[in-house]
Structures are given as structure tokens and as C-alpha cells.
Design a protein around this ligand. Structure first.
Ligand code: PA5
Ligand code: MN
Length: 217
């Protein structure tokens, strides 16, 4: 740029044009992608026996994949992407993402349902639970400090887009430490879902929550 030497303190990031694929599931011109295979999700589901029984046939099967565009990891920048998740259950529990809180915990996120029938399961640090349906056209706002995980409660592939601050990061340990989220999403035995108490759940202490609050930026 002609006058760029006058503005040395402004980091110049290239604008980008991207496109959600049709049918949904991909992001054209993305620069990141990963797959989460069934064998990598040990310990996620309540029914460990059912998981082990499914492992030999499903080990290399992708449960969900994430495709995103990350211009930078600067504070104030944004990441946009798409997660696609296969339908399935381990025992009565629907396929889901690992779930996390943002490593900078006061970073929010927006989710946009694209296809299929999904659910956003959210947990506040004190254990409060919320669910928001995510199907085509639905938008879910995940506020700062909420642990979040998406669940495919349908019979078809579930696809959602997301956008969040580029410096957020993901902290997966918070769910491991509490031995799962406080509620799990199970089939109701008909065509629907129900929330079930996680009997292994360990609530966070006052000190845990104080530490989270202290890591806000
Ligand atoms: O930023 C998000 O919350 C999403 O991109 C998720 O990372 C994605 O859906 C995969 O979930 P997880 O990171 O919990 O495995
Ligand atoms: Mn997130």
C-alpha cells in the first residue's frame, strides 16, 4: 500500500471471501481442518461398555469434523468455521463434541444451525445447565464463561457454523476435571431426547470459580 510506511503499528491482515458449501458441511477457502474419530473419544460417554463394544467397528469412523478459517490469533480478530457431526449413539447417549470452556473464559461464541437436528448443551461454572436447539436457521449465543458442547439428536448429519474471538482458545480439562458435564443428553426411547443427571459429576469449588474469573481478560 502506498502510504503503509506511515502506519507501522497497524497489523495488516488480508480480507478473505469464504463460502459455506451446498449441501452444508464444508467451508470453501478455509485454512484449518481436523477430524475427531470414534477411537479418540474414549471416556466421553456414560456407557463405557457400549463404547468398548462399538470400538472395533467404529474406531476410524469420524464422529465430527471441524473446518475453519483463522486469519490470526490476535485479540479482536475472529475465527469462523463449520462443524459437521454424524448421527449415532453410544448406548442411549447421542454423539457429541468433547466440549470446552474458552481458555480465556470470558470469550463468547455464536453458532448457526445449517442442517440436521442438533442441540447446544451449556453449563455455567456453578453447574447451571441450558439447552438451545440448533437446526437450520437457528442461532445460539454462547455467553462468556459457559462451557459448551453440541449434540446430534437427529438421525441425519448435523452441521453448524460458528464464529468466535480468535484469541479464545479451548480448555478441555474443565470437563475432564468435573468428570463430564452435569447433564447428559440421552434418547427418550421414542423420537426425542432427555437430560439425564451425570452421576460422576464433581461440582466446581468456590476457588475453581474464582480462578476462572481471574483468568478473564
Ligand atoms: O469453537 C467451537 O466451540 C467449535 O468450533 C468447536 O471447537 C467444535 O464444534 C468442536 O468441538 P470441541 O472443540 O469441543 O471438540
Ligand atoms: Mn467454543
Amino acid at each position: 500500500m502506498e502510504n503503509s510506511a506511515q502506519y507501522p503499528s497497524i497489523p495488516v491482515i488480508e480480507p478473505a471471501g469464504l463460502r459455506f458449501s451446498e449441501p452444508p458441511g464444508e467451508l470453501v477457502h478455509a485454512n484449518g481442518h481436523y477430524e475427531k474419530r470414534f477411537s479418540e473419544l474414549d471416556g466421553l460417554y456414560a456407557d463405557a461398555e457400549a463404547y468398548l463394544a462399538m470400538l472395533p467397528t467404529l474406531a476410524d469412523t469420524t464422529v465430527y469434523s471441524v473446518t475453519d478459517y483463522k486469519p490470526s490469533s490476535d485479540a479482536g480478530d475472529l475465527i469462523v468455521g463449520v462443524t459437521r457431526m454424524n448421527p449415532g449413539r453410544v448406548g442411549d447417549e447421542y454423539f457429541m463434541t468433547r466440549g470446552h470452556i474458552h481458555a480465556i473464559p470470558n470469550r463468547p461464541e455464536m453458532y448457526f444451525g445449517q442442517t440436521g437436528n442438533g442441540l447446544m448443551l451449556m453449563e455455567a461454572p456453578d453447574g447451571e445447565i441450558r439447552t438451545i436447539p440448533l437446526n437450520a436457521g437457528a442461532i445460539c449465543y454462547v455467553p462468556p464463561y459457559w462451557i459448551h458442547r453440541t449434540v446430534n439428536i437427529g438421525e441425519a448429519e448435523f452441521v453448524m457454523a460458528f464464529c468466535y474471538p480468535a484469541d479464545s482458545g479451548q480448555d478441555y480439562k474443565i470437563i475432564e476435571t468435573s468428570r463430564g458435564m452435569r447433564k447428559r443428553v440421552f434418547s427418550d426411547g421414542a423420537n426425542g431426547w432427555r437430560l439425564v443427571d451425570n452421576s460422576d459429576y464433581r461440582p466446581r469449588s468456590f476457588e475453581d470459580i474464582r480462578r476462572l474469573a481471574a483468568s478473564a481478560r
